[in-house]
Design a protein around this ligand. Sequence first.
Ligand code: HEC
Length: 169
Amino acid sequence: MKIAMTALAAALTATLAGAALAAGPDKDTRTLQRGKYLVKIGACNDCHTAHYMEKDGKVPEAEWLTGSAMGFQGPWGTTYPVNLRLRMQTLSEEQWLKMARTAMRPPMPWFNLAAATDADLRAIYHYVRSLGPKGEPAPAYVAPGQPVNTPYIVFVPQNLPKQTAAATK
Ligand code: HEC
């Protein structure tokens, strides 16, 4: 009887733990840790955190994903890595899942983000929101040929191999 009661108590505890998890993913440390890990290996900071690349990633977590005013210019115009700390606060979880699977302008590697599972995208969402809003919105997108008022990096391939006559036919 004692063993049966212990088993029952264990089962009940497990059920309650499961219910708590489903009800409050915001506060689930494992979800947040997973989100942080995905942000880190997903290279989100490389663009969405100012100076992250130059500093070999040595930027305090408090500054992460606050966007960048360094534009990326190419045939698509000039784009700026959005301040995700502000942007995520405006989105519901479902809106985030939809956005993460929608095409974005270069050099945002949206097709990689789009390949993440729902669970991973939700983890990223809760982690970024847990960091709280910070900073200013990144500058707005500038169409090709329009004046740009910020520093920017130009994406132009150099020193391409000469095309052979056969290849151009
Ligand atoms: C190579 C640079 C680069 C990397 C790496 C990168 N981004 Fe971006 N991201 C951008 C740029 C630039 C934009 C703006 C694109 C535009 O204007 O359409 C953007 C836009 C976005 C947007 C759209 C926001 C909006 O309001 O439309 C989201 C969401 C986003 N990035 C999330 C991420 C996440 C999450 C990661 C990591 C998995 C990531 N990005 C990695 C450069 C990058």
